[in-house]
Design a protein around this ligand. Structure first.
Ligand SMILES: *Cc1c(COP(=O)(O)O)cnc(C)c1O
Length: 398
């Protein structure tokens, strides 16, 4: 697999829907209403592989199938290996369960004091405010509750969540996620953010959303005004592949950034999609050009039926090694494994340190050259602090 960055162009336009009025295309409710949600609709535009057909049959018992027209345009319909296609069109692999996998692989339910709220870390909570998304990622970490295809019976009850946060002064950081929080109406978001802002101990509010990627039309001036009003609201978006970095996404990020929203990106390492240093380098460069700081690369969680997406951790480490020092520091995300069973995110890094003793630390740089940093302070004979001061009293700066 190789991917060469095309610096000049960002995908834009209405593609397969060029015949419809632009006002419809730019209307997020039109996009939602015209989502592709079954094999027959997909087959109006493309030939599904046998694997995909089998996956589509099964999908609605696992995680709904839904793709916005905007995102569907990014699929290369002639390429069964298209990295966009594999993220949103189900494949037979989803039916293949492995012993290592779990419905709730991160043990979120055990860390959930009230439905829809996960309190795993000392000072912050994950607040799940909806079970719906604009489109569904086939490797979804919360497929058990998102889209309710599995009758998990998750009903976001955010009064209870708010009450929990209000009565737990140790919670200084609230991560609003789901489902996709930006599917809530402006009015509901305004209310929710207002309630959180009114809690004196909540210092930091952020939203995790893939809406800018699946449905950039949702980033309306009205929504941006709500975010600005309650700001600073931070946002993590979820881009996996440079092909997702379109002009529409860039413009949506502009609108968010101008509303004062600092932007980060989370990618999931996915086999045959982005587990490659050239692809990731192209992605992080495109993100920086959109004012988005790469934040995390996740090793995929051990979700049921996810084996066909599972990348080798050694590839993940090599991706970080290929970025660190070789490109802009801002472009280098932290690679993490969210520990199975609920241990939280753990950084997984290339090893640069070779040895640490009382005398020195020995390490290699990005080119593989070895360096030593001495930890000792060996006095140079016959100098005293008086030597550092000139007779007229000026400190000599080194
Ligand atoms: C990821 C996550 C957070 C936020 O973690 P950061 O490292 O602060 O971004 C908080 N709670 C839960 C349960 C999470 O999974």
């Amino acid at each position: 697999m190789s991917y060469t960055e095309d610096r000049a162009t960002w995908f834009e336009g209405q593609g397969l829907w060029r015949h419809i009025p632009e006002t419809d295309w730019r209307d997020w409710t039109w996009q939602l209403k015209h989502r592709l949600t079954n094999a027959a609709q997909l087959e109006q535009f493309m030939t599904l592989t046998a694997e995909e057909k089998a996956g589509c049959e099964f999908a609605n018992q696992k995680l709904s199938l839904a793709i916005t027209p905007y995102f569907f345009n990014l699929i290369d319909r002639d390429d069964p290996d298209c990295p966009i296609r594999k993220q949103v069109i189900p494949r037979a692999g989803e039916m293949q369960l492995s012993a290592e996998e779990k419905l709730d692989s991160l043990g979120e339910d055990e860390h959930s004091p009230v439905p829809g709220l996960v309190h795993r870390y000392p000072d912050r909570v994950l607040f799940l405010v909806t079970d719906r998304c604009a489109a569904y990622c086939r490797y979804c970490t919360r497929s058990r509750l998102v889209s309710n295809a599995q009758h998990y019976d998750f009903h976001p009850a955010y009064q209870q969540g708010l009450h929990y946060i209000e009565t737990h002064p140790e919670v200084r950081d609230v991560l609003i996620s789901g489902g996709d929080p930006l599917l809530l109406s402006d009015k509901k978001l305004d209310h929710l953010l207002g309630r959180l802002r009114a809690i004196p101990h909540v210092e930091f509010i952020r939203i995790g959303s893939r809406i800018p990627v699946f449905l950039p039309q949702r980033i309306t001036p009205g929504l941006c005004e709500v975010l600005r009003k309650h700001g600073p609201i931070w946002m993590s978006i979820h881009v996996n592949h440079p092909k997702e970095a379109t002009l529409e996404l860039k413009e949506a990020c502009d609108r968010l950034a101008f509303a004062g929203v600092p932007l980060g990106n989370q990618s999931v390492l996915l086999r045959g999609i982005n587990d490659d240093a050239d692809v990731m380098k192209a992605l992080v460069h495109r993100l920086l050009r959109m004012r988005v700081r790469p934040y995390y690369i996740y090793q995929m969680d051990l979700i049921t039926g996810g084996a066909h997406f599972k990348a080798d951790v050694r590839n993940g480490i090599e991706i970080i090694r290929a970025l660190r020092g070789h490109t802009t520091g801002y472009a280098v995300p932290q690679y993490v494994i969210d520990a199975p069973g609920g241990g939280g995110k753990v950084p997984i890094n290339p090893e640069y340190v070779e040895k640490i003793t009382d005398e020195e630390v020995v390490f290699r740089n990005f080119e593989g050259r070895r360096y030593s940093y001495p930890l000792l302070n060996t006095p140079v004979p016959d100098t005293t602090s008086a030597d550092l001061v000139k007779p007229d009293g000026d400190i000599i700066l080194h």
